[in-house]
Design a protein around this ligand. Structure first.
Ligand SMILES: [Zn+2]
Ligand SMILES: [Zn+2]
Length: 79
């Protein structure tokens, strides 16, 4: 079954609309959740900028990214 995960904050939902209708506190561009391309639950999530990885997207995105080019230093999930 598909699962949509926000690449900025790690929130996930089985309903794409539920995810995209919500506000995202970590997306530096639109302030809305932005789903990853991957629509399956992954065994491991990693950050596009610093390479930090975790099996839990929520615990990965709550930290600060040392390599992020964005002012809010948010990790961005790869995939
Ligand atoms: Zn989000
Ligand atoms: Zn990062």
């Amino acid at each position: 079954m598909a699962r949509y995960t926000c690449k900025w904050c790690g929130s996930s939902s089985r309903e794409l609309l539920y995810l995209t209708n919500g506000r995202c506190s970590r997306n530096p561009h639109t302030k809305q959740h932005e789903p990853m391309n991957a629509t399956e639950e992954l065994s491991r999530y990693s950050c596009k900028w610093c390479g930090t990885s975790s099996s839990n997207p929520l615990s990965l995105t709550c930290g600060q990214c040392r390599n992020s080019p964005h002012p809010n230093k948010a990790h961005e999930l790869l995939g």
